[in-house]
Ligand binder design. Sequence first.
Ligand SMILES: [Cu+2]
Length: 281
Amino acid sequence: MRASMRIGITTLLALLGTMFAAAAAWATEGGYAVPEQIGLMPAATQHMQDIHDFHNLLLVIITLISAFVLGLLLWVMVRYNARMNPKPATWSHNTLVEIVWTVVPIVILVVIAIPSFRLLYAGEVIPPNVDMTVKAIGHQWYWDYEYPDHGGFVFTANMLSDEDAKKAGEPRLLGVDNRVVVPVGKVIRVIVTSADVIHSWTIPAFGAKIDAVPGKLNETWFKAEREGVFYGQCSELCGSRHAFMPIAVEVVSQDRFDQWVAEAKTKFAANDSAPTALASR
Ligand SMILES: [Cu+2]
């Protein structure tokens, strides 16, 4: 029993060590996955941090259960093998043990379920103090964005070609020509819909993901805690160029945001290609 416990604890420590090393390695990375990454992307919102914590809690629970089962297996193999027990016992059933192995998993599942539902609720329900709204409209195969609180200007975000991405120093298949720009520390509501088939708008570092369904308005929200550029990709199979309609959100200071809005109003003033632009005039 001692030996098996030691093995279990060693496994747990090794796993925790890997997790912390991994967290430290990507903590400074940008808002996209990097080669050889094994953990989640670093969180840029409290919501995503809560998802990280939940993920780590699950890892610990799963590791403890695995270590326990491994210990039991080793114990049974050593203590109750045929060589050690030439004459086997004949009893079967043990009511207490059977109740325990039913009740304990239920308790574990409840412990997992409570924070899980709390997280789902937090991601689903828009906080009452929304600072601004951005509308994202999925198309085959690009995104349109509308800023209804800032005059309703509309622009299209297309993926940069490999060549342009390299020139701009943008990550391949993630960089876009026009980023969504939002102020830091503000509650942003994202209204999401589609003009053709189902797409999905997501930014992993924000813990935000919501389907873009034609004829339906879905909404999600995020509150970015730090400045930077955060990337996501359409997450609903939507056709041949599904992999080539990335999402890039740039989080900036309020001053920089106001400046950008002023520029964007002029820059995108002539953009009336999207049907939603007509509605907002
Ligand atoms: Cu799509």
